[in-house]
Design a protein around this ligand. Sequence first.
Ligand code: PEP
Ligand code: MN
Length: 342
Amino acid sequence: MNPGAPQDQIEAVVARIESVGSQAFVSHGVLRTIIGIVGDTQRCYELNLPAMPGVSTILRVSAPYKLVSSQAHAERSVIHIGPPGHRIPIGPDTFTLIAGPAAVESAEQAHSAARLAAAAGARVLRGGAYKPRMFPLSFQGMGEDGLKILADVREATGLLILTEAMSPADVTLVASYADMLQIGAANMQNYPLLDSVAGTGKPVLLKRGMQATIEEWLMAAEYLTQRGNPHVVLCERGIRTFETATSSTLDISAIPLVQQLSHLPVIADPSQACGRRDLVVPLARAAIAAGADGLLINVHPDPENAVVDGQHSLAGSELRELASAVRQLPPLLGRRPAEPLS
Ligand code: PEP
Ligand code: MN
């Protein structure tokens, strides 16, 4: 409370807290009165306490996310993707490489990228059919034709499919082809999209927004979970800092920190984070060393002629280096190597 707040203001705050069944513990100091609140925090947010006369500051002690918090679930979760009999785990005992092109450009390109991804150790193919592009005239993705190509590639290779849904209107269609739905960084707090994706029940890869704090990111995961879809994998993909030498700054500390705060798996996307091919492998190694449960990597058969994100797509010797890091490093950290493709 403000210094010198009168007794009637203190009593009004206490009454409002108690009106929702929470408890208020009042301690009178020399200058100020502090009211400790114990109860359902979500209901307390709705009490509009900051607007009440005499209230100075509200300090939160517990995290606003509950279901995704490690306090709710002490063991780290494993999220499974794929149909029964062909399920791939993402979690603390394994290491999962998800690789593929930024965008599906043609059947030939998608099949070649998938072969490269599988040879590098990927069990899941990434590929966008709906692309979030900054420029309105840039290629926006092949839409359903791209999804059909992804389904053919799954059939031919056994790779599972991760692909992005951008609009609630497309979610049902995208989910009918995908094994896992991606929510892009630009859409992390697009609540109608989170609602639709939650409704599909499909596993979700939730990218961290470029400007999102860890708490905001975990609240987006909480949103999906509270709306009925707890199958969430978090993806650190770089955040905006003052630095312009890379397209964003991969927040390595977020990987172990989020694994402390939440039971959900955390993977890293060094490709989007740095935006430069020469840094992807070193950052991938760093993410593995920091404890990432997997990686999301852009792979393209012909990066120079890629329609989207060629500048950070791997092929050739860099892809071989990535493959060797993914093969060698996770076992040093006690993780099981990926099962061979069936
Ligand atoms: C992507 O992975 O295709 C992508 C666009 O990344 P982000 O949403 O992280 O920018
Ligand atoms: Mn991109």
